[in-house]
Design a protein around this ligand. Structure first.
Ligand SMILES: N[C@@H](CCC(=O)N[C@@H](CS)C(=O)NCC(=O)O)C(=O)O
Length: 199
């Protein structure tokens, strides 16, 4: 397996984390941001984005799609349930990861850390909405989508929540989220990332 990767990318970290949690071997193909616009990379992913996973000659792009692929191909149903309601619970949090977390937390970080041209206050406001929803969900339960064990919903939401302080969104007011971050960090096979504190 080969992962096309950008080291500062939280989306790529979702996949590095999942591969670690599943103890899967892979080769890291590190890119620079400018590489993603090259013709050769566009031939791999027409969207020009990382992460991209290559497995057994097949290409899968988009972090959410890759998480689904890894869970179904290499893990039991605990990471991506088959029962309809349990699956829907996971999908709900994947939707949060691709909306409030992406447009709020990830973009606030992109403004502060990389000088990207988004409106910081709007991003931070949406980021706080994500944190409020997650704090309420995690008060009194250990994992986002399942009572007893993590799923790919936790993996999808983890990096940009853990990196929120880099977007000037401190996590001090969110004790349930901080406890959840600590639980993720204590999972066997956990891998960290620059910018993520210990919880
Ligand atoms: N929804 C996509 C978003 C991927 C994405 O935005 N990747 C960024 C890095 S975090 C990227 O490749 N940016 C390069 C570009 O857009 O030119 C996913 O989850 O994979």
């Amino acid at each position: 397996m080969r992962l096309y990767d950008l080291d500062v990318s939280g989306n790529c970290h979702k996949i590095r984390l999942m591969l670690g949690l599943l103890s899967l071997d892979y080769t890291l193909h590190s890119l620079q941001r400018e590489d993603t616009v090259s013709e050769s990379f566009r031939a791999i992913n027409p969207r020009g984005q990382v992460p991209v996973l290559e497995d057994a000659g097949e290409i899968v792009w988009d972090s959410m799609a890759i998480l689904v692929y890894l869970a179904r191909r290499y893990a039991g149903p605990q990471w991506l349930p088959e029962e309809p309601l349990a699956l829907a619970r996971v999908m709900q949090w994947l939707a949060v990861s691709e909306n409030e977390i992406l447009y709020g937390l990830a973009r606030a970080r992109a403004v502060v850390k990389m000088g990207r041209p988004f409106n910081l206050e709007e991003c931070q406001q949406m980021g706080r909405q994500a944190l409020t929803v997650m704090e309420a969900q995690l008060a009194g339960r250990d994992w986002l989508a399942s009572e007893g064990h993590p799923t790919i919903a936790d993996v999808a939401c983890y990096p940009y929540v853990a990196l929120a302080p880099e977007g000037d969104l401190p996590l001090g007011a969110y004790p349930a989220i901080r406890a959840w971050l600590g639980r993720v960090q204590r999972l066997p096979g956990y891998v960290g990332m620059a910018g993520i504190a210990d919880y």
